[in-house]
Design a protein around this ligand. Structure first.
Ligand code: NA7
Length: 532
């Protein structure tokens, strides 16, 4: 590949963020190109094609809002879309806006180096230099670097081994097989429910139990969909005012102003609706420990109601942290699944995994012979994909060096000494603590407007001041400290990756508060950013 071409913008990653960024850059009249490691668009929704992979927000919310015709013409067949449907939607968006011609697939960007004299980034892949660009937008995803745990003997296993986030293209049949699923986060919960339908025996290995809620998985018939579409503008407007970027009709009163009975009645109303609505029942559930405990107790009681075996129920209900401090898992059918005779919960907190053997898994007090192991063991979240690229800014400083003590950014969008480098849903943005698509649209629009402002000013670089970066990191931490989010270790703070610095990464002040801050920054001529 030649490096002769110099683009205004190069985008890395063809998920929701990268596709929209490419579109906005082109509409702003900028020359732009996108590199994608996979062979198709989709990002998260391209890689996570395990059975049961489904979005935990309704598609009418988890979809682009920037184009009225697009949202009117696209018909979501189900309320919560599965992976295939979301992938189909993103393929449609790619063709509808003519983006494909500006995308190179099958190319993993491995390096990005800033030349201070020329004010240009050079992007490279393992095969060598790719191209040059004035601006680089990393749309590499928050949960895109899968993690295999450091369990001794993993490579000795003689059966089939899968990771939910690197699932094979072809259908995998589990009929008649003994299967172990390691992990009970969103992926483990979803995949287990599907595997249990086929497997002769399924062991679900649980270390930390999750709060799991149902979801109203139902087809959207033509009439319902048409009705929803007439109210799309209102739905989108409400979403912009909602902390999670989805309107859940949160009651205005603080939880503890109601009796326990009235709270339970509200939770009970929301339980069959499913999804994160229950966590948004009252405004203070993630802030007030007593309020949170009411919800926690309600959710634990639900487990005991559903799961017949009392020991299994107690293990599934043994959460010792606030609801929402780890990602609430939307997993219809998960608890009921444990009433099937072929499904068994294995407590690997009480009896940790010691090793993987050629025939299965050995824990401190047992052995489980299996044909297949499914690792639903999560991601190096928020920084993994960025640090997998050798990014070098001013003075040759690497992003890895800049983030040695944990990721630092201004607004989650830029890092000091990395001019013209932008992150979409980076650490310090609401990203994983919001409806991703709402956050993505806001970030992309902010960056696109900024690029236009640079062009209008005839400026060649933009980067945050170290002071603005430090202030933002402090603010993100202060906001998290006012919630219950720090009361347990989680991937939100890098705790699932040995050696990763513990820094709370998402901005949890809510999508509207974040947007207001960004809007003010822009209105003040881009406070905190040096434009030169
Ligand atoms: P998560 O939520 O990070 O879940 C990973 C799970 O794997 C979690 O239950 C972990 O337990 C478990 N795990 C990881 N390593 C081990 C070992 N060594 N032994 C036992 N169990 C282990 O990832 P997901 O893919 O489910 O979901 C990620 C996000 O994607 C989700 O929040 C949605 O936003 C979509 P642990 O908690 O570490 O005790």
């Amino acid at each position: 590949m030649s490096t002769d071409k110099t683009y205004d913008v190069v985008v890395v990653g063809a998920g929701f963020a990268g596709l929209y960024m490419l579109h906005r850059a082109r509409t702003a009249g900028l020359s732009a190109h996108l590199y994608e490691a996979g062979d198709a668009v989709g990002g998260t929704w391209y890689w996570n094609r395990y059975p049961g992979a489904r979005c935990d927000f309704e598609s009418l919310d988890y979809s682009y809002s920037f184009d009225e015709t697009l949202q009117q013409e696209w018909d979501w067949p189900e309320r919560y879309s599965g992976q295939k449907e979301i992938q189909r939607y993103l393929e449609h968006v790619t063709d509808r806006f003519g983006l494909r011609a500006d995308i190179t697939f099958g190319t993993r960007v491995t390096g990005a180096e800033f030349d201070e004299a020329e004010c240009l980034w050079t992007l490279s892949a393992a095969s060598g230099p790719l191209t040059r660009a004035h601006h680089v937008v990393m749309a590499t995803g928050s949960l895109s670097t899968p993690r295999l745990p450091d369990i001794p003997g993993i490579d000795t296993f003689a059966g089939r081994r899968f990771h939910t986030a690197a699932w094979p293209d072809e259908e995998v049949d589990f009929t008649g097989r003994r299967v172990a699923v390691i992990g009970t986060g969103s992926s483990g919960v979803q995949v287990s429910v599907e595997i249990a339908k086929q497997a002769e025996h399924l062991y679900v290995l649980q270390r930390t139990p999750s709060y799991v809620v149902p979801a109203l998985h139902e087809p959207l018939d033509a009439e319902t969909l048409a009705d929803e579409k007439t109210r799309y503008a209102e739905r989108r407007a409400l979403a912009l005012r909602a902390p999670l970027g989805v309107d859940f009709a949160t009651r205005p009163e603080p939880t503890m102003s109601l009796s326990e009975e009235d709270c339970r009645a509200e939770f009970e109303k929301r339980w069959p609706v499913g999804g994160a609505a229950i966590l948004a029942a009252f405004p203070d559930l993630i802030v007030d420990a007593e309020a949170n405990e009411r919800l926690a107790n309600y959710l634990k009681d639900k487990v005991r109601e559903i799961v017949e075996d009392p020991r299994t129920a107690e293990l599934l209900a043994s959460m010792d942290y606030p609801v929402g401090a780890r990602r609430l898992v939307v997993g219809p059918g998960f608890h009921t699944m444990f009433n099937q005779p072929n499904v068994e919960l294995v407590d690997v907190k009480g009896s940790p995994i010691v090793e993987v053997t050629p025939t299965g898994i050995r824990t401190a007090d047992g052995s489980y012979d299996v044909d297949d192991i499914v690792f639903a063991t999560g991601f190096d979240a928020m920084t993994g994909a960025l640090l997998a690229i050798d990014v070098r800014g001013r003075g040759g400083e690497s992003l890895a060096e800049h983030w040695a003590a944990g990721p630092v950014t201004y607004l989650g969008l830029q890092a000091a000494a990395f001019p013209n480098l932008f992150l979409i849903t980076g650490p310090g943005s609401p990203s994983v603590f919001s409806n991703m698509v709402r956050s993505i649209e806001q970030h992309v629009e902010f960056v696109a407007d900024l690029l236009v402002a640079l062009r209008e000013r005839g400026a060649s670089t933009v980067e945050p001041t170290p002071a603005a970066e430090a202030d933002w990191v402090r603010h993100v931490n202060d906001v998290a400290g006012q919630t219950l989010m720090l009361r347990t270790a989680s991937w939100y703070m890098g705790a699932n990756v040995p050696g990763k610095p513990r820094v709370f990464m998402p901005y949890v002040g809510g999508v509207p508060a974040y947007r207001e801050i960004c809007d003010k920054v822009a209105a003040n001529g881009y406070d905190g950013l040096v434009i030169a």
